[in-house]
Design a protein around this ligand. Structure first.
Ligand code: NAP
Length: 308
């Protein structure tokens, strides 16, 4: 059995493959071959967003991947995201109808009949945030999406949905790795039946977004720790006979999070799926628990759970 096809049940009858392929910072041109290569390598969950400006390429890559290995559309789980707008950035928050229109644009750019999981990308909808969630519920009721969720929502944003008496999101996609463990938010999500999905698991690597034009708010201290030859993750990886990337990804899986590693390299795509032949022991899990450094750094403006 390919354990990378282990699933997390996100709602009745709907299972999310635990290792997904991330497509942030993959250009429109590169995304079709990258997504096809990922499907051929074994990924069955593809994560994209209108904000990544690559939906057409991702959709083409999904179709080519499906036909390359002879599987069906229903064998691939596709996550897409609504850009909600942000009044602080002169980007008017989308109202109810605009959300429905944005979904159609995304569905058509991807060239899919339905989307498996549609997320509100950030809590930046301001006064429209609840209306945006109502529109998401409508899309689900109509069967255009199989599940809906949020991304970068803090507890306060989820409490707002609860107070309005609306159904809660199935998932919250947030930055989670040993340096940003969100020790209050994760238990809150678990208590409320909202599955955490981890993004940017590889932040502590020296190779994480190390190329020109790959922005983030990773601090100089973090960059220095990343390139430190004696990093604790390197030491642990050596102990288990795996790469540092595999150690970081395995941490997410052991915490019960779905993960979304992105790579343009077919070798790394395969390496990032190969996480099920070792277990990080309790001592090392406890050591990692003490390594939290607070906020996420994947967004250049800082941790987006603080927005909105
Ligand atoms: P990531 O997957 O944690 O790391 C990707 C970086 O690590 C790239 O620079 C990649 O370089 C490198 N890398 C990948 N595998 C490696 C390996 N085995 N060894 C060494 N280096 C490796 O980063 P991410 O793209 O920030 O996050 C993953 C996905 O989460 C995104 O693509 C996106 O789908 C999602 N995400 C969502 C949000 C949100 O706000 N909802 C924000 C950020 C990300 P190469 O490509 O050269 O291999």
């Amino acid at each position: 059995m390919n354990e990378a096809q282990t699933f997390i049940r996100i709602e009745d009858g709907l299972d999310l493959p635990i290792v997904g392929f991330g497509t942030c910072l993959i250009s429109q041109n590169d995304s079709a071959p990258a997504v096809t290569a990922a499907i051929v390598a074994g990924y069955r969950h593809i994560d994209t967003a209108v904000a990544y400006e690559n939906e057409a390429g991702v959709g083409a890559g999904i179709r080519a991947g499906i036909s390359a290995i002879g599987i069906a559309r229903r064998d691939i789980f596709v996550t897409a995201k609504l850009w909600p707008g942000n009044a602080d950035w002169d980007d008017a928050p989308k109202g109810y109808e605009a959300v429905l229109e944005a979904f159609e644009t995304t569905r058509s750019a991807l060239g899919l009949d339905y989307i498996d999981l549609y997320l509100v990308h950030a809590p930046t909808g301001g006064a429209e945030r609840l209306n945006q969630w109502r529109a998401m519920l409508h899309l689900k009721d109509e069967g255009k999406v199989r599940a809906i969720g949020v991304s970068n929502f803090a507890q306060s944003h989820i409490e707002e949905i609860k107070t309005a008496g609306l159904p809660l999101p199935a998932v919250n996609q947030i930055e989670l790795h040993p340096w940003s463990q969100k020790p209050a938010l994760v238990p809150y999500l678990n208590q409320n039946g909202i599955k955490p999905i981890a993004y940017s698991s590889l932040v502590p690597l020296s190779t994480w977004r190390a190329k020109e034009g790959e922005p983030s708010s990773k601090t100089e201290a973090m960059k220095a720790a990343s390139s430190n030859g004696s990093s604790p993750f390197k030491t642990m990886a050596l102990k288990y006979g795996v790469s540092e990337a595999q150690l970081l990804l395995r941490w997410g899986v052991q915490k019960g999070f779905a993960i979304l590693p992105k790579s343009l390299s077919p070798n790394r795509m395969r390496e990032n799926l190969d996480l099920f032949g070792f277990v990080i022991d309790q001592n090392d899990m406890a050591l990692i628990e003490g390594m939290d450094r607070g906020d996420g750094v994947a967004w250049p403006i800082g941790d987006p759970t603080k927005l909105g």
